[in-house]
Design a protein around this ligand. Structure first.
Ligand code: HEM
Length: 141
């Protein structure tokens, strides 16, 4: 569960990001693919070149899902249930990859919103994305 201060910080940073999800999401994905090339194996069907439509579209979906989840901080499990099924049963993404993408999303937000990204925001966003990742990897057997 999140404190009121954490909730406010999460809603605020994702509110800033919500107008620019495709570009920010594409950047986060690109950082992941460059920093952790093994993650590219899940996206063999994508054009992974810099700024590609695939990166923009998928990045928009990922950050859009996070912005949407921030509206349901008291019921993340319920609101992420379909995405959780998808990642566990269909995509079978190795759970270890979630911390890699989480890190890249955090770095991207910190780089774009540096004035806003204080220690409280950093800690709250880190907690938020770990909880989201836990939920998305909770159905693996
Ligand atoms: C698809 C979110 C982590 C691999 C998706 C979709 C969303 C999403 C919203 C689209 C679902 C749809 O089209 O209905 C997230 C979030 C993550 C996360 C919020 C963690 C914070 C990961 C990780 C990987 C991954 C770590 C692998 C490294 C994929 C793949 C697809 C997908 C391969 C399908 C892409 C396609 O073919 O269109 N994810 N994801 N996801 N995700 Fe994730």
């Amino acid at each position: 569960t999140f404190s009121e201060a954490e909730k406010a910080a999460i809603v605020s940073i994702l509110g800033k990001a919500s107008g620019n999800v495709s570009a920010l999401g594409a950047e986060a994905l690109e950082r992941m693919f460059l920093g952790f090339p093994q993650t590219k194996t899940y996206f063999a069907h994508f054009d992974l070149s810099h700024g590609s439509t695939d990166l923009q579209t998928h990045g928009g979906k990922v950050l859009g899902a996070l912005a949407e989840a921030a509206k349901h901080l008291d019921n993340l499990e319920g609101s992420l249930s379909q995405l959780s099924d998808l990642h566990a049963y269909n995509l079978r993404v190795d759970p270890g990859n979630f911390s890699l993408l989480s890190h890249c999303i955090l770095v991207t937000l910190a780089a774009h919103y540096s004035a806003h990204f204080d220690a409280v925001t950093h800690a709250a966003f880190d907690k938020f994305i770990s909880v989201v990742s836990q939920i998305l990897t909770s159905k693996y057997r």
